[in-house]
Design a protein around this ligand. Structure first.
Ligand code: HEC
Ligand code: HEC
Length: 425
């Protein structure tokens, strides 16, 4: 009893001294834990209960039907397209599942993308000819290959690694207020930057961005519409241009290489991609040893947890989000998630100079990447150029300098514990 009392007093004292260490829970909530995957394709169940599960698709027996079930949508997400389906003329890969694949559909891969641009005379970021920073690294014909030889002025270049989408339905279901509250709790020197970005399926209504390395999207449907066009070359009603404008080759028309009339998808596939992601469980933890538990405490003590927020509660079931275009279903609503991200932009000295949907001030900011599932990532940070957790930590400057210094001042046993903690995520 005494021990319990003392613990309560200590916890209370800790809460006064370290408000940022407190979990983000709204009063009156008793939220369930989100179901998690074990990140093992051989044993896993990815499905979180949103919509019908369905049965695995066998094309010999019948074609998938978009949005009929999780299994249909998983098949469509993982399907490879051809030029007859509208693939290209310039593109990056033939299917979402080609890049989002490790250790299972929706995960990551070693595929990195190239973005480029330049600064105008007054210091503003300018996209390459053609209007967007993403360079398509594949084309259906050699003559339309995008090459920076044809755009030598584009001297800002950046690589971006593929992000995990497993569990992203829970991220979409975080309310704007919750992100604002997390920001309000952050000490000034750590405080994240919020950007509001258009939700295409809600008439471009603005919502707090939380997806992509630059927080360039707020909804999974808008991200999917963008990716279908920009990664695969498939025009669709949610691609930001109403499905009317095909990709180009650094501003040159590729119409002569396009076999299919626009829009190449009527939007059903885009909804299937979004609903597949919404129906996935959250990435689950690896084994939790004593060393991992000690590392967890150090992660909080060193204030890594101020940006890599350990715990968030999603909006209540039934809340209208995405500018009114989506209602949070029971499978995603009022759930405790452990994403280890505040979903905000920060300048930790790694900025890649590219602006997407944010103002020029975001040029050198990067979204805190969620650390759930980070044990599947070998190539770390936005550019994939850090190959160990220690290397990734050493690149934390700017707003994260005190956290890096904390790590560097640990003794070797404590350092190993903190790294073991990261390896358990
Ligand atoms: C060529 C590889 C590639 C293909 C194909 C691809 N992606 Fe991605 N995906 C990426 C990369 C790289 C990022 C990080 C992009 C960035 O922010 O610069 C990403 C990010 C995402 C994100 C944001 C995840 C997050 O949590 O922030 C979503 C959602 C997504 N992709 C969905 C899709 C869908 C849907 C498709 C198919 C229409 C698709 N992707 C096709 C490589 C790919
Ligand atoms: C001020 C906010 C902030 C703090 C504090 C912070 N980080 Fe980060 N962290 C980031 C951002 C932003 C990135 C992405 C940078 C990039 O990709 O260029 C990142 C990236 C990472 C990555 C790479 C993840 C991936 O998927 O590639 C790891 C690992 C990581 N941080 C661990 C830590 C640890 C451990 C600490 C404490 C010692 C810490 N961070 C403190 C903001 C922060």
């Amino acid at each position: 009893m005494k021990v319990l009392k003392l613990t309560v007093v200590l916890l209370f004292a800790a809460a006064l001294i370290f408000p940022a260490l407190l979990p983000t829970t709204r009063a009156g909530d008793d939220p369930d834990e989100a179901p998690t995957t074990d990140l093992n394709r051989l044993t896993d169940d990815l499905f979180n209960g949103f919509g019908a599960r369905g049965t695995p698709i066998d094309e010999c027996e019948g074609e998938p039907v978009p949005n009929r079930s999780f299994e249909d949508n998983l098949f469509i997400f993982d399907e490879l397209e051809t030029p007859d389906d509208g693939l290209g003329p310039t593109y990056n890969a033939p299917g979402c599942g080609d890049c989002h694949q490790n250790p299972e559909v929706g995960g990551i891969s070693q595929i990195r993308e190239l973005r480029a641009g330049h600064l105008s005379g007054n210091g503003n970021f300018v996209n390459p000819p053609g209007g967007q920073s993403l360079i398509q690294l594949r084309a259906v014909a050699a003559s339309i290959q995008e090459r920076l030889d044809n755009a030598p002025q584009e001297n800002i270049r950046a690589f971006r690694t593929t992000l995990n989408v497993i569990g992203d339905g829970f991220v979409e279901a975080i309310s704007n207020n919750t992100i604002q509250e997390i920001r309000g709790d952050q000490p000034n020197s750590f405080r994240g930057t919020i950007i509001n970005v258009p939700v295409v399926e809600a008439n471009n209504e603005l919502r707090i961005g939380r997806f992509g390395w630059k927080n360039q999207h707020a909804s999974l449907q808008s991200f999917s519409g963008d990716a279908y066009l920009n990664e695969m070359g498939i025009t669709n009603p949610f691609d930001g241009n109403g499905g009317r404008v095909e990709n180009n080759s650094l501003g040159q028309s590729v119409a002569a290489f396009d076999l299919v009339a626009d829009p190449e998808d009527d939007g059903a596939d885009v909804e299937a991609f979004a609903n597949f992601m919404r129906a996935t469980r959250a990435p689950g933890r690896g084994p939790i040893t004593n060393s991992v538990q000690r590392g967890d405490a150090l992660f909080r003590q060193g204030n890594c947890s101020i940006c890599h927020t350990p715990r968030i509660v999603t909006a209540d079931t039934g809340t209208l989000i995405n500018g009114g275009a989506f209602r949070v279903p029971a499978a995603l609503g009022n759930k405790t998630i452990r994403p280890f991200s505040d979903f905000m932009l920060h300048d930790i000295g790694t900025g890649d100079g590219i602006v997407q949907n944010g103002g020029n001030g975001t040029r050198n900011m990067v979204r805190t990447p969620p650390l759930w599932g980070v044990r599947t990532r070998v190539e770390l940070m936005h550019d994939g150029l850090s190959l160990t957790f220690n290397e990734a930590i050493q690149r934390h400057g700017g707003q994260a300098t005190p956290a890096r210094n904390f790590f560097n001042n640990l003794d070797s046993g404590d350092k190993a514990d903190l790294i073991n903690f990261l390896k358990s995520l």
